[in-house]
Design a protein around this ligand. Structure first.
Ligand SMILES: Nc1nc2c(c(=O)[nH]1)N[C@H]1C(S)=C(S)[C@@H](COP(=O)(O)O)O[C@H]1N2
Ligand SMILES: [Mo]
Length: 196
C-alpha cells in the first residue's frame, strides 16, 4: 500500500499542471504526417460540409469571412509530446455549423491526401475547435497542414486533421485512419485515451 502512494505523490508537485499524464514538453514543433505533404494553393482550397440534408461549400475568402479568432492553446500528441500556449488563428467551427442542419452526432474529417479522423460533433462546438490557418503568428507551413487544418486542441493532436478539405456528418462514430489502426475513438489526453 504505502510504496504505491509514495511513488505517485513524491513527484506530483514538480509537474506542470497543464501537462496531461504521460506527456513531455517540447520546445520545437515535431512534424507527424502519415503520407506526403499535399501542395494546395489557397485559391484552390475549398471546405465542404456534407450532411444527410446536402452540401455546403466555402472557398478560402468565404470561410475567413465567417469570422476569424485568435486563440492560445496547448496541444498534446499521442506520441507523448506537448506544446503549451501556442498562438493560433482560425475560424471557429461554431461559425460554420450556424449554417448546417443535421441530426447526426458525429463527423468524419477528410483531408486533402486522404487522411480521415472521426470526432463527436459536440467536441467541435462551444469554442473548442477551429479551421486554423496561422500558428505562431505565421501562415501554417505546408508540413503543419497549410493552408488550413482542423484544430481540436482538447483531444490528442491526431484529431487535428492537416490539409482539411471537409467534414461529413455521420449517425454513428465510425473510425477514421488512425482509429482503424488502434487509436482510441475519442482521444482525451486527460483520460489518456491513447489506444483501444
Ligand atoms: N492529413 C493529416 N493530418 C494529420 C496527420 C496526418 O498524417 N495527415 N497526422 C496527425 C497526427 S498523428 C499528429 S500528432 C498531428 C501532427 O501535426 P504536426 O505535424 O503539425 O505536428 O497531425 C495530425 N493530423
Ligand atoms: Mo500524433
Amino acid at each position: 500500500m504505502s510504496f504505491i502512494t509514495r511513488g505517485f505523490s513524491g513527484r506530483r508537485g514538480d509537474r506542470d499542471p497543464r501537462l496531461p499524464p504521460g506527456q513531455t514538453l517540447v520546445s520545437d514543433w515535431p512534424v507527424l504526417s502519415a503520407g506526403p505533404t499535399p501542395d494546395i494553393a489557397p485559391e484552390e482550397w475549398e471546405f465542404v460540409v456534407t450532411t444527410e440534408n446536402g452540401r455546403h461549400r466555402w472557398g478560402w475568402d468565404e470561410l475567413r469571412a465567417l469570422g476569424i479568432e485568435d486563440v492560445t492553446t496547448d496541444i498534446h500528441c499521442v506520441t507523448h509530446w506537448s506544446k503549451l500556449e501556442m498562438p493560433w488563428r482560425g475560424v471557429p467551427l461554431d461559425k460554420i455549423f450556424e449554417h448546417i442542419e443535421t441530426s447526426h452526432d458525429y463527423v468524419m474529417a477528410h483531408s486533402y491526401g486522404g487522411y480521415t479522423t472521426n470526432v463527436p460533433l459536440d467536441d467541435l462546438l462551444d469554442g473548442r475547435a477551429w479551421i486554423a490557418f496561422e500558428a505562431d503568428g505565421e501562415p501554417l507551413d505546408p508540413e503543419h497542414g497549410g493552408p488550413a487544418r482542423l484544430l481540436v486542441p482538447h483531444l490528442y493532436f491526431w484529431k487535428s486533421a492537416k490539409w482539411i478539405r471537409g467534414l461529413v456528418t455521420m449517425p454513428s462514430d465510425d473510425p477514421g485512419f488512425w482509429e482503424q489502426n488502434g487509436y482510441h475513438l475519442r482521444g482525451d489526453p486527460w483520460q489518456e485515451e491513447r489506444y483501444w
